[in-house]
Ligand binder design. Structure first.
Ligand SMILES: *[C@@H]1O[C@H](CO)[C@@H](O)[C@H](O)[C@H]1NC(C)=O
Ligand SMILES: *[C@@H]1O[C@H](CO)[C@@H](O)[C@H](O)[C@H]1NC(C)=O
Length: 372
């Protein structure tokens, strides 16, 4: 599915880079050979490459002409020197809406890497449907520092980062509006297969403050094996790792969350285990209290449906809330939860739309358990 660049070079050796030759190319090559024996055609795949500038940003390998035509900036070489690593970024002030037309484009605040100091302004980025078979977009919040309220609200005085996704397989699977410190986190959304591919708005609230953002946009077509299952706002691969609720680094659970963290089931693994991370600050699991007014008593399962909770399928429980993550109600120490064989590898987060002051959210480890 990766496109190719084609370049005519003077020389005697045909240098082939990339995968199988395309029919068009080998026809061109033989015709070219007959007409001008001194020229050869070099083709290479437009793969991701690492640019030479600060931050090891990811570019696309193109000819220097293509890079200039697409308004990218060359940053280092690729394809054995036949291509340039072409970086696409969109910055500038937010007075006009911007359009993202290239895979792997970085969206940056005005003045990046310095902070943007202008409050009360909305930056809009519209995603072009760059592929006829487009299904999904992933946003990587390489760096994202914005303002959230002490009650976990986004918007108004604080910031609101909203993805307008034109399609979702379920009413509960649209990406949530987020804010706060989101560096290192990501977000997937579905583009549907026709019409607009969606938009991102970063609405800066009325509070003065420093906002910094660098967000990488990756487009996935429907055949891409690396794409996430539909309705997974976050998607993790590999046998183990950690994952956090949005703005965990900002030490504050956000209101109105309703999304799924999904895990690719790796070959030979049958169950998913989750447990609290060992770092104690911010508190690795604090979604709600148990209502007894005594924070020293850590109850695990209260009536989670009425407060904020993590949804995880185990043989006995599906909703977890309170001050400890444990499968046993009333546990005073956290424990690991393991899904039942055959259950989906999925952890949902639902939060209420009222104040969440003092609740950190979660910082969990996950581990896949080998099949017996
Ligand atoms: C061109 O390449 C394709 C597959 O790579 C091959 O099937 C075909 O025979 C080639 N055509 C010529 C003219 O060499
Ligand atoms: C976008 O780039 C990624 C690699 O960074 C690649 O896997 C994906 O196929 C590309 N998407 C499209 C639509 O070409």
């Amino acid at each position: 599915m990766v496109s190719r660049s084609c370049l005519c070079v003077l020389g005697l050796v045909v240098c082939l880079i990339g995968g199988a030759m395309s029919e068009r190319r080998n026809i061109t090559t033989s015709r070219q050979k007959r007409l001008f024996s001194l020229f050869n055609i070099v083709t290479f795949e437009n793969e991701a490459c690492t640019t030479t500038g600060a931050g090891n940003l990811i570019g696309t390998c193109l000819t220097s002409t293509e890079c200039a035509d697409m308004r990218g900036s060359p940053s280092g070489n690729c394809a054995a020197g036949f291509g340039v690593c072409c970086l696409f970024d969109v910055a500038g002030d937010c007075s006009t809406e911007q359009t993202i037309s290239q895979n792997c484009t970085y969206i940056r605040n005005n003045g990046f890497p310095s902070a943007d100091m202008t409050p009360s302004e909305t930056c809009t980025y519209n995603f072009n449907r760059i592929d006829n078979n487009l299904c999904q977009i992933r946003l990587d919040f390489d760096m994202l520092i914005s303002l959230s309220s002490a009650e976990g609200a986004c918007g108004t005085a604080n910031d609101a980062i909203t993805v307008t996704s034109p399609f979702s397989p379920s009413a509960n699977a649209f990406p949530p509006t987020v804010c706060g410190t989101l560096s290192g986190q990501h977000m997937y959304f579905e583009t549907g297969t026709t019409g607009t591919a969606g938009a991102l708005t970063i609405a800066k609230g009325t509070t003065a403050g420093n906002r910094i953002f660098q967000i990488k946009v990756t487009y996935y077509n429907c055949n891409n094996l690396a794409k996430a299952p539909a309705s997974c706002t976050q998607y993790f691969t590999g046998e183990s790792g950690s994952f956090q609720s949005y703005n965990f680094e900002g030490n504050q659970l956000l209101q109105n969350m309703n999304y799924n963290n999904c895990f690719r089931q790796e070959e030979g693994f049958c169950r998913l285990q989750i447990s609290e991370a060992t770092a104690m600050t911010p508190d690795p699991f604090l979604l709600s209290d148990d209502g007894d007014g005594d924070v020293a008593v850590k109850a695990t399962v209260l009536d989670c449906a009425t407060v904020s909770y993590v949804a995880f399928t185990t043989p006995t429980n599906t909703m977890f809330c309170g001050e400890n993550l444990s499968s046993k109600a009333g546990d005073t120490i956290p424990g690991a939860l393991t899904s039942a064989p055959g259950d989906s590898f999925l952890v949902g987060l639902r939060t209420v739309g009222t104040t969440l002051a003092g609740y950190t959210g979660f910082n969990l480890n996950y581990k896949q358990v080998a099949c017996p």
